[in-house]
Design a protein around this ligand. Structure first.
Ligand code: FEO
Length: 397
């Protein structure tokens, strides 16, 4: 069990690794590999705590922190982002050191007050403001919408550390803490899932903020995120990944996402996939049943795709609810530069394809064709037509 880990002579990780977390943001984000809430203690001439941990671990956090330092010695608390996974232990901590100043952005002050309703000693900072803590200086950089309006980064001179809060993070529990000691496949899969599901809507701001920070030409030895690993080995690699992901990222992939009642739409999906693969053997085609497969993992696959096909039978003049939930998520994520079409089986009224097409369009997809629907159970002729639908879809991309 890791309760504290020295990163440099002056900086110690004092966060919490949460191996048990199954979902984050309520039930909105699946965390198959847990997460961590990273908090950092800086000991220069002044003592600074950067961020805390999620609320359920507040007592544990304060007790571990007390074993690391006399709490009364903490001169400043910096809350880079007031979401409860980082500010959750503040109440417990502030009971012990009620007068310690809390540094945050103006928006951070509003959110902390809205969350905790306390009259704490809050000092607001903006981009370019600094705090002298001895040999090192802390430089604050506001980073609104990475992930909330209040978010900011903190750069520590001398140690050359960028404390980036949510940016560059992953919901990924590791005992080793550093990026080079982690399973690289898992690490980058979780980093991409995190970007796709949380940061995609803010890609324009991500690009702008990264370029602004790069223009400051600050040397960076460590990127200390608030979730997952600390980037120690070639920290620039995750910055470059973010620039790639923020630039309407796509791979040579087509995802077929569907739900089915009595397998007719599934048979159509499989025939369409075969048609795509026959037409373009180099494209990666993946199928996902939206009712059975993890919704955040599907979102990540859509993020990677240049095009998607959405399928559902018609039920009660609509399409199936698993597709509805997924499209609602996708709409909010505002993917750009992706093409789409719809398909599905029907028995009598047959609205699902038209409705799916409309909702894909309103989610920002470029619609290719009118989609394809088939009556009752597809026979060999219909399956051939589905294959041809897949072939013509891939030709039109
Ligand atoms: Fe990790 Fe936006 O909180």
């Amino acid at each position: 069990m890791r309760t504290a880990k020295k990163l440099t002579d002056k900086v110690t990780w004092v966060g919490k690794v949460d191996w048990e977390l199954e979902t984050f943001h309520g039930d909105e984000y699946s965390t198959h590999k847990g997460t961590s809430y990273n908090s950092y203690l800086i000991r220069d001439e002044k003592v600074v705590l950067i961020d805390t941990v999620w609320l359920p671990y507040d007592r544990e956090f304060v007790e571990h922190l007390r074993s690391e330092i006399d709490l009364q010695e903490i001169d400043y608390i910096i809350i880079q982002h007031a979401e409860i996974d980082h500010s959750g232990a503040l109440l417990e901590l502030m009971r012990e050191i009620p007068d310690t100043p809390i540094y945050c952005t103006k928006n951070g002050e509003r959110i902390l007050k809205g969350h905790f309703h306390q009259d704490w000693n809050i000092v607001t900072v903006k981009t370019g403001d600094t705090l002298d803590i001895g040999q090192s200086q802390l430089i604050f950089v506001e980073a609104p919408m990475l992930h909330w309006p209040d978010t900011m980064f903190t750069y520590m001179t001398g140690e050359n550390i960028l404390f980036s809060n949510d940016a560059f993070g992953q919901h990924y529990a590791t005992e080793s803490l550093y990026n080079d000691a982690a399973d690289q496949c898992e690490l980058f899969a979780e980093a991409m899932k995190y970007y796709a599901n949380i940061l995609t809507p803010f890609s324009a701001l991500v690009k702008k903020k990264i370029n602004e920070v790069l223009a400051m030409e600050l040397p960076v030895n460590l990127i200390c995120t608030s979730h997952g690993v600390i980037w120690r080995d070639d920290p620039a690699q995750i910055i470059h990944k973010y620039l790639e992901w923020a630039d309407n990222y796509q791979e040579n992939q087509i995802s077929i996402v569907y739900d089915t009642m009595w397998n007719s739409t599934r048979l159509m999906a499989e025939a369409i996939a075969a048609g795509i693969q026959a037409e373009d053997p180099k494209v990666t085609v993946k199928l996902f049943n939206a009712a059975k497969y993890d919704k955040n993992d599907i979102v990540t696959e859509i993020f990677k795709s240049k095009a998607i096909l959405a399928g559902s039978p018609t039920v009660n003049n609509r399409y199936l609810s698993s597709m509805g939930g997924l499209l609602e998520m996708v709409k909010g994520l505002k993917f750009k530069n992706k093409k789409a079409a719809a398909f599905g089986s029907y028995g009598w009224s047959g609205e699902s394809v038209k409705l799916l097409t409309e909702d894909l369009a309103s989610a920002g997809f470029v619609i290719v064709g009118d989609g394809y629907r088939s009556l009752w159970v597809p026979d060999e002729e219909v399956l051939q037509a589905c294959q041809e639908f897949g072939r013509s879809f891939v030709r039109s991309l």
